[in-house]
Unconditional design. Sequence first.
Length: 311
Amino acid sequence: MKRVLVTGGAGFIGSHLCERLLSEGNDVICLDNYFTGSKDNIRHLIGNNRFELVRHDIIKDFYAEVDQIYNLACPASPVHYQYNPIKTVKTSVIGAINMLGLAKRCRARILQASTSEVYGDPKIHPQIETYWGNVNPIGIRSCYDEGKRCAETLMMDYHRQNNVDIRIARIFNTYGPRMAINDGRVVSNFIVQALKNEPITVYGDGSQTRSFCYVSDLVDALIKFMNNDKNFIGPINLGNPREFTILQFAELIIKLTNSNSKIVFEKLPSDDPTQREPDISIAKNILNWTPTVDFEEGLKLTIDYFSKIIA
Ligand code: NAD
Ligand code: UDP
């Protein structure tokens, strides 16, 4: 049993992670400022005497005695992280400094939820961890991309300078129940539009690609990576390599929901990456992990979730 801090624990991925850590017998502190997360995501955990909920913003320092820290606090959808870009940078950078300081003081292991966005609009496909990326430092996605890149830098510098025990996970597009309905991401937008028989908004011509990982697979990988004692600190790509164009994805959602929705094409936001697919060879070799949830199966569970929310 470990004492585990999950920042961003009331968010989409964080809530599933808290649930899993509790089910494995750990003590869990869930820290969140509820910017994009919600108490509804973790309401079922309140009352468990190994679960503690703390309203806190990671740009302020935080004191607790813990063995492990999963640093997930950060808005993740483009709509949410662009809402207050300066705050996104503060959360990524000052938040990482605060959590690394805590890890250093407690001698805790810290896992940083980094992202495929560190590769920007990648010139190498599929993306491998040794690729340094192609990121616009001054665009509308930069607050997130550069914030997360700086957080990786901080992780490495605390490791080299202070011997902090770190793990850097580069998470690729993840989906599942408890995604925020209003987060503007492609999975939630398309499913909600299809369920309401409203137009499906494909940005650009829909030829850009993404690869989607079901949340339970991702949580498995995060826990395996955190508890892996091969001293492998990463970075490591975590995601599902099955790649789709956004247009194919729209058609699949219409099929799975039996929707009457029609596809409409809207302007592509600037700096939208044209292709994205993780090379997960390292995760397979080091963690002995590979995603197991079938895409249509995962989508059905997600569609069921949104159907209930809309009802
Ligand atoms: P989310 O928005 O659902 O969760 C983020 C949580 O962090 C929310 O509960 C939010 O309220 C909280 N938060 C935000 N700023 C905070 C602050 N300053 N202090 C305390 N709490 C704060 O997003 P998610 O999809 O669950 O993503 C979780 C993490 O994984 C993020 O760091 C994100 O960058 C990373 N990630 C997610 C994906 C994905 O596809 N979901 C892909 C790559 C990386
Ligand atoms: N997208 C879209 N329609 C939408 C929402 C998103 O076509 O209603 C596209 C978006 O332009 C991007 C892809 O879907 O190319 C994935 O977008 P998302 O916001 O989910 O995540 P990203 O991977 O871009 O951070």
